[in-house]
Design a protein around this ligand. Sequence first.
Ligand code: ZN
Length: 134
Amino acid sequence: MEEVVGGSHSVAEFVQGYESEGRLRGFRCPACGFLTATWGVACSRCGVSGLVDTTLSDVGQIVAFTIVEVPTEERVNDAPYAYVVVELDGGGRISGWMPSVRRAEDLALGDRVRFRPSYRPGLQFEKETSAAAE
Ligand SMILES: [Zn+2]
C-alpha cells in the first residue's frame, strides 16, 4: 500500500496500533514534549519535525460528547450511543464512542473514562467507575 501523508494514513496506523497491540498510539514531540494522537510531519505546537511514536494513557476525561441517534452503517444496531472526545491523562485528545451511554443524562463533561480495546471499529470507551466496579 502506498504511504499517504494525511488523515486517513494516521487513522489506519492508529487502528493498527490498538487492534494489534491494544494500545493507544500517539506521538511525542522530541523538542517540547507535546503529546498528540494525531499523526503529522511536525509538532502542531512548536513546528519541530520528527515526532516520536509513543503510547498514550488509556484513561482520561470527557471534554465533549454528543448522543448519536442516526448512526453510520457499521453501528446501525448500536444507536443511540455517545460519540465522545477524550482528553487523555498526560496529553493527547482523541475521539471515540461509548455504546454503554444511550442518553445525554448518562454522561457529563469531566467524567472519567477508560479505553476498552474492542474488535469493533472505532475507539471504544467505558466509564472508569463501571470498570472498577466489575
Ligand atoms: Zn513541539
